[in-house]
Design a protein around this ligand. Structure first.
Ligand SMILES: Cc1cc2nc3c(=O)[nH]c(=O)nc-3n(C[C@H](O)[C@H](O)[C@H](O)COP(=O)(O)OP(=O)(O)OC[C@H]3O[C@@H](n4cnc5c(N)ncnc54)[C@H](O)[C@@H]3O)c2cc1C
Length: 501
């Protein structure tokens, strides 16, 4: 029986384990921490003696392919939904939101009225859907991304605009108003300070909508998103996956195909036929004994932070309170130039915080909609752009600034009882992300699409450099981070194919 060892039990390690154990292989996961889940875990606090659980890292679900949700068995264990109501956007100073309707005609009308947009919303959405269909085909069939294939399927024009082009050119092609460009293009800097002028950054825009578990939208999981990794751990254990927690790897002997680690003060050595790193992309190079290659100049910087705010009564929005489950967005810049400057300033570390946008996820309201009673309401403020220099404990003033950007939109802001802040530096320490990037590796153009690989061989996309039985499938590989498991799935398919050949 083929022996597979997987390092790391985040969503990607768990998804890879699920597909490989179902092929009949002997699968073992080695995890450094005392629990599985990686960045998709819960945290809990007591406020006035009442406990509440909340998402520690990842918060909302959207990028997972529906077939992974079904085939892993998660579909029978996890409940959730996505809001059909419009998303709501505030530019600073606006009292009224702009509504991002799912219907193209309604959206076109709204953006024309509110942002004086004279461009081509429907064409943008239609072309984006063509690109998304292409990306989803790569996922399902576990096909390595390549420009050649993109050219064949999408044609040269769409490929150069949507895949190899700059986000700036893509946005300028379809839209006239900077506000529309900011809203449609904000995901380019969602994890880190990618420049919108960088070739290859256009691709991040369709990428972030390429999940299918919620039809390309983002939504919620009953209880919390950690139910995904918690349930998958249980499913995998029932299928026979062995999991070693609190295990510290000393060395990977790539010559003799073995991993040595210490757990509870005891030494262990596991032999493998295939070894998968479902970790951050820096860890394998530190552990493999004869590792010589080095992919130089990795862009690892993250600039995202998160505030979780707890309210003693359900939040009442001053505007559109009936859309209580809708995501809201507050932009602090209203030109592309200011947006780019704020993001690049965080990269240069020239201050602690450069307000860009705050995405507000009303998880507490969504929990009520799903029938989950909790002691407090909670809002999550996913925030840009924080420099990679300080921990939240040293940035109390910045937390206050973020919170005070949101509170004016809330009727009962006095009900806020507690808030918890995480900066990129905290993400490094808490989740072992090398420089705090939630995608492990910044989504810059030279680390996007066909370049988001460490493999020396383009046909074996998830191979780690030129090792023929060591792989990398963490968030730093194609397509990107998020609670999706797509890299884990695609990597497992590559291994299954290699074993069967
Ligand atoms: C604040 C924040 C908000 C986010 N928001 C969202 C969101 O709303 N929606 C979404 O989809 N995504 C979100 N993300 C991104 C998402 O959480 C990650 O991209 C995803 O969880 C990464 O999964 P992974 O399996 O690749 O890696 P990880 O989850 O990072 O797992 C890697 C695992 O490897 C282990 N490991 C590392 N080194 C070793 C070693 N030497 N030996 C053994 N084990 C090791 C780690 O302990 C960890 O368990 C967010 C992330 C953060 C931090």
């Amino acid at each position: 029986m083929k022996k597979i060892v997987i390092v790391g039990s985040g969503i990607n390690g768990l998804v890879a384990a699920n597909y490989l154990v179902k092929e009949g292989y002997d699968v073992t996961i080695i995890e450094k921490k005392d629990s599985t889940g990686g960045a998709c875990i819960k945290d809990s606090i007591q406020i006035e003696n009442k406990k509440i659980d909340f998402a520690y890292g990842a918060t909302v679900l959207g990028m997972m392919p529906d077939f992974i949700f079904k085939e892993t068995g998660l579909v029978d264990k996890v409940e959730g939904f996505y809001p059909k109501t419009p998303k709501l956007v505030y530019f600073q100073g606006d009292n009224k939101t702009t509504k991002i309707f799912q219907n193209h005609d309604q959206l076109e009308k709204e953006l024309r009225e509110k942002w004086n947009e004279k461009g081509r919303i429907s064409d943008f959405r239609n072309d984006e859907n063509k690109v998304i269909n292409f990306i989803q085909k790569l996922y399902k069939e576990a096909i390595s991304p390549s420009l050649e294939l993109a050219n064949q399927i999408l044609g040269k024009e769409l490929t150069s605009m949507w895949i190899s082009g700059t986000a700036k050119d893509l946005l300028d092609h379809y839209f006239t108003s900077d506000k529309t460009k900011l809203y449609m293009g904000m995901t380019v800097i969602e994890s880190g300070p990618a420049s919108i002028y960088d070739p290859g950054t256009a691709f991040t825009i369709p990428l972030m909508d390429s999940g299918s578990v919620y039809d390309g939208y983002w939504g919620y999981v009953k209880t919390g998103i950690w139910k995904i990794t918690e349930s998958l751990t249980k499913i995998n254990s029932d299928l026979g996956v062995k999991i070693h927690l609190s295990s510290s790897i000393n060395e990977v002997d790539a010559f003799n195909n073995s991993v040595s680690f210490v757990k509870d003060d005891k030494d262990y050595k596991l032999n493998y036929d295939h070894l998968i790193f479902a970790t951050d992309p820096v860890t394998p190079s530190n552990l493999i004994n004869d590792f010589k290659n080095e992919k130089n100049n990795l862009d690892l910087i993250g600039t995202s932070g998160k505030v979780t705010a707890f309210f003693k009564n359900p939040v009442r929005w001053k505007e559109s309170n009936n859309y209580s489950d809708s995501f809201r967005f507050i932009f602090s810049t209203d030109t592309l130039k200011d947006f780019e400057d704020a993001s690049q300033n965080a990269l240069k570390n020239s201050g602690d915080y450069f307000p860009g946008f705050i995405q507000i996820y009303p998880d507490g309201s969504a929990q009520r909609t799903m029938g989950n009673k909790e002691n407090y309401d909670k809002l999550i403020f996913f925030t840009k752009n924080l420099s990679y220099n300080k921990k939240a404990n040293d940035l109390e003033d910045i937390k206050k600034k973020i919170v005070s950007t949101v509170l004016p939109y809330i009727e009962n802001s006095d009900d806020l009882v507690y808030s918890k802040f995480l900066t990129p530096k905290d993400l490094n320490e808490t989740f072992l992300f090398p420089k705090g990037n939630i995608d492990h590796l910044t989504m810059t153009g030279n680390q996007n699409f066909d370049k988001r690989t460490f493999s020396s061989q383009s046909s074996n996309f998830y191979s780690y450099f030129d090792y023929n039985n060591i792989y990398y499938c963490g968030a730093g590989s194609f397509p990107c981070g998020s609670v999706a498991g797509t890299p884990g799935y695609m990597c497992s398919k590559q291994i299954i194919k290699a074993i069967k050949q």
